[in-house]
Design a protein around this ligand. Structure first.
Ligand code: DUC
Ligand code: ZN
Ligand code: ZN
Length: 472
C-alpha cells in the first residue's frame, strides 16, 4: 500500500507560543493529529525527528520574483525563487502584482497569477502595488478584497514619476482598505527630496555606488514614516511599514504604538546582518549592497533588535529582490553593472529568500537575541496573521496546512552562492558559517526538500486566498 500520510515522530514542536516534544501526523495535506506515540498503519510513512525542531513552514510576505522594475526584471522566476524559498524553509510567499499607470489592480492580479501558477513550487499570494487611485481603482480594490482573496496593497512614498503615490492617494486607500479589513503596506521614504539629493550628487561627479546610501538618509525614512502614520491615524486604519531600516523610522512607530495606533512593521535580515560600513569604498562591487532603504549604522541595528524583541517590529521578511552582478548571467540584462558609472541606475535590491531562516537562527536565536518562539512568530505566525492567512498558515496546529520544516539546530553550513537554488549569482552571505540547517520541508504534507535533494515540482504551489488582517 502506498503512503497517504506521514508521521513526524518525536520532534521538538516549536510554535509562536509552545515548545514540546510530540508526534505530528500529516494527512490529506493538513495536520491531522498531534500527540504522543501515535499509532501508525501501513499507509503512514514515518520520519524520525529526534533531535530536530519541527517548525511551521516560513511565511515570507515580501519577495519580488520576476518583477519588472524600471527597465529590468528581478533575476528569479517564480520557479527558481520558490525552489530557493523551499530549500530555505519557506513554504508560503507573498509577491507583488504591479498596477501600471494604464492597468487596473484586477488586471495586475490576473497577469501575475497566470505567470505564477504554472511555476510556483510553494504556496503564494500577491499584494497589489497601487500607483494610481481614482473611483474605478477603489472599486477594483474592493473587488480584489472581497472576491479575489487579495487583501493587502503596497504604496510607495518614493520614486516620483514611477511608483510614487501622493499623500491624498495613500489616504484614500488607507480609509477604504482599512474599513474593509485589509492592510496598506507603505514604502516610507521622502521620494522628492531623495531625487533632488541624487541629482545634486551626480552633478557634483559623485557617481559610485556608495552615494546610493548617502542620498537616502535615514531622516527621510523617518519623515515619511511619521507622515504615513498620521495619514493612517486620520483614516482610522491599520498600516504596515515594509523594510524598516533605521531608528529614525522606528522611533515614530514605537511612539504611535504607545499611543494605541495600529502600526505594524517588518525589517529584513540584511539590516540585521550588515551595517553601512560596507559602503566605505568606491569599489563597484558594493553595488551588491545597493538596496532600498540602504544599510544603516550599527546603532540603528541595535534599535532594530530591541524592537524585534519587544514587539515594535512584528515581522522579518526578506525583500528578496535579486539582480545579478555579472551582466548577462543566465541571460539577464541591465542588472547591477548597469549602474557602474552612475549609482542611480543600479537596480535596488538584494537576494535573501533562501537564507532567511538559517541566518536569523544563527544571529538571532544562537546569539541569544531572540527566543525560539519569537523566531517562529517573526518569520511565520505574525506575517500569516497580519496578512490574512492564519491559522491555515504560520503555525503547527490540528487543521492547519501541513507546511512543516524539520530543522537541525546542531548542524552547520557554509553559505555559497553556487550552492543556493535561485538564479542570482551572488549572496551577501558568501562564505559565512551558519549554525542550524533546514533538513526536510513538507508542503501540505508532501516532502519537497530532503537534505540536498529537490523533490518539489513546478506548479505544485497553490494560490492562497487571503482574508481580513488579524492585527489585534
Ligand atoms: N522597495 C522594495 O520593497 N523592494 C525593492 C526596491 C524598493 O524600493
Ligand atoms: Zn520598497
Ligand atoms: Zn520590496
Amino acid at each position: 500500500m502506498s503512503n497517504t500520510a506521514t508521521l513526524i515522530r518525536n520532534g521538538r514542536v516549536i510554535t509562536a507560543s509552545d515548545d514540546y516534544v510530540a508526534d505530528v501526523l500529516m494527512r490529506d495535506g493538513v495536520i491531522h493529529t498531534i500527540g504522543h506515540r501515535i499509532a501508525t498503519g501501513d499507509d503512514v510513512a514515518v520520519v524520525d525527528a529526534t533531535g530536530l525542531y519541527v517548525l511551521p513552514g516560513g511565511v515570507d510576505i515580501h519577495v519580488h520574483l520576476e518583477n519588472v522594475i524600471g527597465p529590468t526584471i528581478t533575476c528569479d522566476t517564480f520557479a527558481s525563487g520558490t525552489r530557493a524559498a523551499a530549500f530555505g524553509g519557506t513554504t508560503t510567499i507573498v509577491d507583488f502584482a504591479l498596477q501600471t499607470q494604464a492597468n487596473s489592480p484586477l488586471g495586475a492580479i490576473a497577469r501575475a497569477q497566470r505567470s505564477a501558477e504554472s511555476q510556483v513550487a510553494v504556496d503564494f499570494s500577491l499584494h497589489v502595488i497601487v500607483t494610481r487611485v481614482d473611483e474605478q481603482v477603489l472599486q477594483d480594490v474592493r473587488h480584489a478584497m472581497h472576491h479575489e482573496g487579495v487583501t493587502s496593497f503596497k504604496m510607495f512614498m518614493a520614486y516620483p514619476g514611477v511608483m510614487m503615490a501622493d499623500d491624498a492617494a495613500i489616504f484614500r486607500m488607507l480609509r477604504q482598505v482599512g474599513a474593509d479589513g485589509g492592510m496598506v503596506a507603505l514604502h516610507a521614504e521622502n521620494g522628492t527630496v531623495i531625487d533632488l539629493l541624487i541629482k545634486e550628487a551626480l552633478q557634483a561627479g559623485h557617481t559610485s555606488p556608495r552615494y546610493h546610501a548617502l542620498t537616502r538618509p535615514a531622516i527621510l525614512e523617518g519623515e515619511a514614516t511619521n507622515r504615513g502614520i498620521r495619514l493612517a491615524e486620520l483614516a482610522g486604519a491599520p498600516i504596515y511599514f515594509v523594510h524598516v531600516s533605521s531608528n529614525q523610522a522606528l522611533k515614530h512607530i514605537v511612539a504611535a504604538r504607545a499611543e494605541g495606533i495600529p502600526v505594524f512593521a517588518e525589517t529584513c535580515p540584511h539590516y540585521l546582518l550588515f551595517d553601512d560600513s560596507v559602503y566605505n569604498s568606491d569599489a563597484v562591487e558594493i553595488a551588491k549592497y545597493v538596496m532600498t532603504p540602504p544599510l544603516r549604522t550599527a546603532d540603528d541595528q541595535k534599535h532594530l533588535w530591541r524592537a524585534l524583541r519587544y514587539d515594535d517590529l512584528q515581522v522579518i521578511a526578506t525583500d528578496h529582490c535579486p539582480f545579478c552582478m555579472k551582466e548577462g548571467h543566465l541571460g539577464y540584462r541591465m542588472q547591477k553593472m548597469r549602474g557602474k558609472d552612475d549609482f542611480s541606475l543600479i537596480p535596488n535590491g538584494a537576494p535573501g529568500i533562501e537564507t532567511r531562516l538559517a541566518s536569523l537562527f544563527d544571529i538571532g536565536v544562537m546569539q541569544g537575541k531572540l527566543s525560539l518562539n519569537r523566531f517562529v512568530e517573526l518569520t511565520a505566525t505574525t506575517p500569516a496573521k497580519l496578512f490574512g492567512m492564519f491559522p491555515r498558515k504560520g503555525t503547527i496546529a490540528v487543521g492547519s496546512d501541513a507546511d512543516v520544516v524539520l530543522f537541525d539546530p546542531s548542524a552547520t553550513q557554509t553559505v555559497q552562492a553556487e550552492n543556493l537554488h535561485g538564479n542570482c549569482d551572488y549572496t551577501l552571505l558568501e562564505g559565512r558559517v551558519l549554525r542550524g540547517r533546514v533538513e526536510k520541508v513538507f508542503l501540505r504534507g508532501t516532502l519537497i526538500v530532503d537534505g540536498l535533494q529537490w523533490l518539489g515540482r513546478e506548479g505544485m504551489g497553490r494560490f492562497v486566498p487571503r482574508g481580513e488582517v488579524r492585527a489585534f
